[in-house]
Design a protein around this ligand. Sequence first.
Ligand code: ATP
Ligand code: MG
Length: 258
Amino acid sequence: MSVLTVSSLAKRYRRGGKPFAAVDDVSFEINPAETLAVAGPSGSGKSTIAKLVLRLIEPDAGRIDFEGQDLLALSGATLRAKRAKVQMVFQDPLAAFNPRATVARVLDDPLRTHNIASRADRPRRIAALLERVGLDAGLAARAIHEISGGQRQRVAIARAIATRPSLIVLDEAVSALDVSVRGQILELLLDLQRQERIAYLFISHDLGVIRAVAHRVVILDAGRIAESGDARDVIAKPQSAIGKALVAATPRLIRNRP
Ligand SMILES: Nc1ncnc2c1ncn2[C@@H]1O[C@H](COP(=O)(O)OP(=O)(O)OP(=O)(O)O)[C@@H](O)[C@H]1O
Ligand SMILES: [Mg+2]
């Protein structure tokens, strides 16, 4: 069974008084332990898809099935339980968290909200989560604004895995990091995926990064799927005009790396 199946999803906004489709007839599915990348130029609807899947916004049409259940039909306790299984990591953790909160506080949140550990057990769980993402347990007492961007993104990942999710939506999660830190975070994501069988909806404008981590890719053009397929195949031989343009804009070295 797929983790996530999105069918004929549509979201319209208004621009200059006229409605336009930010997401138009989008369908895809993601299997357990699989990474599906969503690529496309700025404004093509990538983040709108992320928000729809996370139910931060409601679609105008279409269906989202998560682990075989219609996500849009759920409410109350069942929705809360399912929500714990879908987590997110965004580009800027400084904006996602209260910058003055401590690392411990940020990680305590999901453990408390979803009743994952008793109060007495939580400090131990927080230390284990930090260790899991390659951070020193001593970091727990530090404030979010006092740690580096790479450390913050590791904390965001630790928070995301605290509920043992089956899907993590990552929207440009490594885009703000410098190249060496980016590589380390991608390695961590791959490790976690192998060990916990987490599926990723991996949104990125960077085909080099997508080629390194994604199994399949969907390329968007103005809200519609222009093409999709095996990530390496699509990047090696794009068929759509937008796919060709995106590949042409990617440095050759990255494109040809084995
Ligand atoms: N709340 C909103 N109200 C009106 N229009 C919106 C809203 N959110 C997004 N849009 C528009 O919908 C389109 C898709 O936006 P979206 O943020 O999904 O693009 P994106 O592919 O994530 O772009 P980027 O690569 O720049 O992050 C854009 O034209 C955007 O201006
Ligand atoms: Mg975006």
